[in-house]
Design a protein around this ligand. Structure first.
Ligand code: F6R
Length: 625
């Protein structure tokens, strides 16, 4: 998804903007650009392709100026091209805009502007914003309201407010205007934006890693807010036009946490981060052998009361987070014996769901900014449900709008394919399931404590498992050319099969699907031939025999098989390969069993010559539908 940034300070803006855009690359993009303001002139440079293409263009000419805005574009309206790249300017070239989001009514605005002789250069929705601001700004100036910096509401701000009022859809915007060399204007609606407060410089960006080389003091912009960034201070204005004072938050994690730390790719680093991330998610919530959610001690939402009363749990999310929800369904039903309904957020929001008065609604999202997930949350809220969010991003829209939030504490996840966010989401969900089980007296105090002790072993077991990555690497080097890879399992293992198939297709571009192993004979077996690899996830000991039969059926049709299972297992004689994971309780297997599948996807991607960190067509944060 697009990344935006802006800089105003004493340094040259162009290198700062390029540095910030590099930190936003992980979001996925197909072109990039910057606009720098100097002595009343805005210079724009943009290029299709990687940032290096933009850097090449910039190498031709020195672009001076200490105010600028920058953008990495992930095409939605109009193909990736130099012209469609941001920044976009108005007809006069005096107003430059970068935008993340989608303007849904851009066609009608475009037609309206065209009747006023505005000539469009690009196919983007964003260009209308620059022209609209110009339209109102010219009007303001014509009516005598010339810029008077620091003296009441300047015409520019009024023009931006008027333009924003006409926009339907989502936006994070940074705007530079030649008449105003002392400020950048930023605005947000349904797309994230963070302000970085530096010494004699201020910045804006879609995400924190872009700010960290300059500052750790940040302000998360709220829905509908405008910000005016000067060199030495920042003004915030809410949707009603009132001034807002908000204390900055301090970013506690290190810039290095967002770097590769010696690994070839962010994805591999993040797979390896999982042992620590699981521990970071678990430890703060264990007190005297029990589970304590200190974040839940709010007056209006006692988790204990809500969980005790809940008749049903509804979980909704997208992609990998939805797979975490699938695992949670089995965990909540197994431990707490409470019915769970799981829905993909994009389905939930349009299917006219029936909210139960005593539903506990859990929303899961790594980024906390996924458009469908936020829409599902708002719908559930409107239906009277209380919302418990699980997210990795402090200050995200989800965290701010939910009644309660459990943070996954996974640290920044940069690779597009989610890994440590998934396992830490699972850890949060297991903690909730066990707490719920205890609150509802579904487990004895002794069993509850034993379960917690076992959860606490998982980071170590993950470490042990990761030390065997070479075995998976070798296996991937033999199998990466398979044209079809199927994952199958039962119950918890079915949920992990879904996530495993997603990982493989995302980064290796291999056609992969998951199915519940019991479904094999109901259709998928028709596809099995000698070009097929079937990976069975087999951690539910009571169902081992069933999986043995499934594997025999696959071998009989020429398919190759790998089983991911416990060390003590019966699969050696039937499967082509067995990869073992250290033993924990069967219901806790998902937090370990996914790791070999992540590694398999990673190494297949490498073997096929792909960049696993930036898979084609995918974006890290899907802030549009
Ligand atoms: C897969 C992946 C996506 C996300 C999905 C939801 O590796 O990353 O499927 O899980 O786009 O994103 P969040 O969790 O940010 O809502």
């Amino acid at each position: 998804m697009c990344g935006i940034t802006g800089y105003i300070g004493d340094s040259q803006a162009a290198p700062v903007l390029l540095g910030a855009l590099k930190k936003l690359e992980y979001r996925g993009y197909d072109s990039a650009g910057i606009a720098v303001l100097d002595e009343g002139t805005i210079t724009v440079r943009k290029a299709k392709g990687p940032l290096s293409a933009l850097e090449e263009k910039l190498a031709d000419a020195v672009i001076t100026g200490s105010l600028g805005i920058g953008h990495t574009r992930w095409a939605t309206h109009g193909e990736p091209s130099d012209i469609n790249s941001h920044p976009h300017t108005d007809v006069s070239g005096q107003i430059a805009v970068v935008h993340n989001g989608i303007i849904e009514n851009y066609l009608s605005l475009k037609e309206w502007l065209q009747t006023r002789e505005v000539v469009f250069r690009s196919e983007t929705d964003t260009e209308v914003i620059a022209h609209l601001i110009n339209f109102y700004y010219t009007g303001e100036k014509a009516s005598g309201g010339m810029p008077k910096p620091g003296f009441g509401e300047p015409p520019l701000l009024r023009a931006v407010q008027n333009a924003l009022e006409r926009l339907e859809g989502s936006y994070a915007l940074a705007i530079a205007v030649a008449d105003y060399p002392d400020r950048i204007i930023a605005a947000r609606k349904d797309s994230p934006l963070v302000i970085g407060l530096g010494q004699g410089e201020n910045l804006i960006a879609s995400d924190i890693p872009a700010l960290l080389p300059h500052t750790r003091d940040v302000i998360y912009m709220e829905e509908g807010e405008l910000a005016v960034l000067y060199r030495d201070h920042v003004e915030l204005i809410n949707a009603q036009g009132g001034r807002v004072i908000r204390a900055p938050s301090r970013v506690e994690w290190d810039a290095e946490a967002a770097e590769k730390g010696g690994f070839a790719h962010f994805m591999l680093k993040e797979i390896h981060d999982q042992a620590k991330a699981l521990s970071d998610t678990l430890r703060p919530r264990i007190k005297n052998g029990g589970i304590v959610f200190e974040e839940f001690d709010f007056e209006n939402f006692s988790f204990e009361a809500c969980a005790g009363e809940a008749k049903r749990i509804v979980i909704t999310a997208c992609g990998t987070a939805w797979h975490a929800a699938m695992v949670a369904k089995y965990a909540f039903e197994h431990f707490a014996r409470i019915p769970v309904e799981v829905d993909i957020a994009s389905e939930y929001r349009y299917r006219n769901p029936v909210p139960g008065e005593k539903d506990l609604v859990i929303i899961i999202s790594q980024s906390g900014e996924t458009a469908d997930t936020l829409a599902a949350m708002r719908l559930a809220k409107k239906g009277g449900n209380r919302i418990l969010a699980i997210t990795n991003v402090v200050g995200s829209t989800l965290a701010r709008e939910a009644d309660l939030t459990l943070f996954t504490w996974a640290g920044p996840e940069i690779a597009v394919a989610s890994t440590k966010a998934f396992t830490t989401q699972l850890m949060c969900l297991y903690l909730l399931a066990l707490k719920l089980a205890r609150v509802r007296s579904r487990v004895t105090e002794g069993a509850y404590r034993n379960y917690i002790d076992e959860l606490a072993r998982l980071p170590l077991l993950a470490e042990e498992l990761l030390s065997k990555q070479k075995l998976i690497q070798r296996f991937a080097s033999r199998q990466f050319n398979k044209t079809k890879v199927f994952f199958m399992g039962r119950q918890f293992d079915y949920a992990i099969s879904l996530e495993s198939a997603l990982k493989l297709k995302e980064i290796s571009y291999t056609h992969s699907e998951a199915f519940a192993a019991g479904e094999l004979k109901h259709g998928p077996i028709a596809l099995v031939d000698k070009n097929t690899l079937v990976v069975a996830i087999a951690t539910q000991t009571a169902l081992f025999d069933k999986i043995i039969s499934n594997i025999k059926e696959i071998s009989a049709r020429g398919g190759a098989s790998l089983v991911i299972t416990w060390e003590d297992n019966p699969f050696g004689p039937v499967a082509d390969e067995v990869f073992t994971i250290p033993k924990t309780l069967d219901p806790f297997s998902p937090m370990l069993a996914i790791i070999p599948a992540q590694l398999f996807a990673y190494y297949c991607s490498i073997q096929r010559g792909n960049n696993p960190d930036k898979p084609r067509n995918l974006a890290k944060s899907v802030t549009v539908e």
